[in-house]
Design a protein. Structure first.
Length: 281
């Protein structure tokens, strides 16, 4: 199943058409995409018993974040084998921070550049579909509603400057968390633990890896997070990025006004982000 947030309304994709959930369910489910996650089991049961037909071609320009108002946003640092780390990372414990929910936007949002040191990080983003507390690794994928494409844009000067690293602030400027274009349920993927993800800047390949290279796979991340705090429907987990970031290049390379970032994940989709100046207040 593929779910889209089109103009703030939840749609299920049937081929190249989108069926409005509120309309198709005769109001059983509302239009808000967040309601689907809050009632995930009921929604899945309804979908299994419903033959969706019709729908309309969705204007990709109105796509929003699949989970537009997550209660919690988790993010994982240095989670790929083979990439250089700026941290002293223990092989036994993932490094977790947050992107504040206000940074989450849809796939068509431009990227206002607050400085000359903004970097790219393509990531597989997991959307939680069921409340999860003390979930085992074997059960972890069962609490996942689906996955989507994400960019963990990062302002490196704020993130890494000073005695204390400011990961959360450096990654939470406006529009620093685009996700989309759709949510894809795990059963749609041949192997949800081995997916290719890519990032291109102005058509040049910067990142190209597979999620099988994760140090802490999705199931283990969910198990470890849920051992500490409850995960709620609609929560996001940015699962980490592979090597190829601008800060690791010699010389370092960062985004500039006019640059275009393409974020792509096999079997899920892709979106483009255009870099722009910060609007004048």
């Amino acid at each position: 199943m593929r779910i889209a947030n089109a103009g703030g309304r939840a749609h299920v994709l049937v081929g190249d058409r989108g069926v409005d959930v509120a309309t198709a369910s005769a109001g059983r489910f509302g239009h808000d995409p967040m309601e689907i996650f809050a009632r995930w089991d009921e929604f899945r049961a309804w979908m299994a018993a419903t033959d969706l037909v019709g729908g309309e071609i969705i204007d990709t320009g109105i796509l929003g974040a699949p989970s537009p108002r997550p209660r919690q946003v988790f993010a994982v640092a240095s989670n790929y084998n083979g990439r250089a780390s700026i941290l002293d990372v223990s092989p036994d414990l993932p490094v977790v921070f947050t992107k504040f929910p206000g940074s989450i936007v849809g796939p068509n949002a431009p990227l206002p550049l607050p400085s000359a040191t903004v970097d790219w990080e393509v990531e597989l983003v997991v959307v939680i579909g069921r409340p999860a507390r003390h979930v085992s690794g074997a059960e972890a994928w069962n609490v996942v509603a689906g996955v989507t494409v994400g960019q963990d844009f990062s302002e490196r000067t704020l993130q890494l400057g000073g005695a204390a690293k400011q990961f959360s602030l450096g990654k939470s400027f406006p529009n620093f968390g685009p996700t989309g274009p759709v949510l894809v349920t795990p059963d749609e993927l041949t192997d949800p633990d081995n997916i290719r993800l890519e990032c291109l800047v102005n058509g040049e390949s910067m990142q190209d890896a597979r999620t099988a290279s994760m140090i802490f796979p999705v199931a283990e991340l969910i198990a470890r997070l849920s051992a500490v705090c409850e995960l709620f429907p609609g929560d996001l987990i940015f699962t980490g990025t592979p090597g190829g970031m601008g800060m690791s290049m010699t010389p370092q390379r960062y985004l500039a006004v006019g640059d275009e970032v393409l974020s792509r994940i096999e079997g899920v989709g892709e979106f483009r982000t255009k870099c722009m100046v910060v609007p004048t207040p």
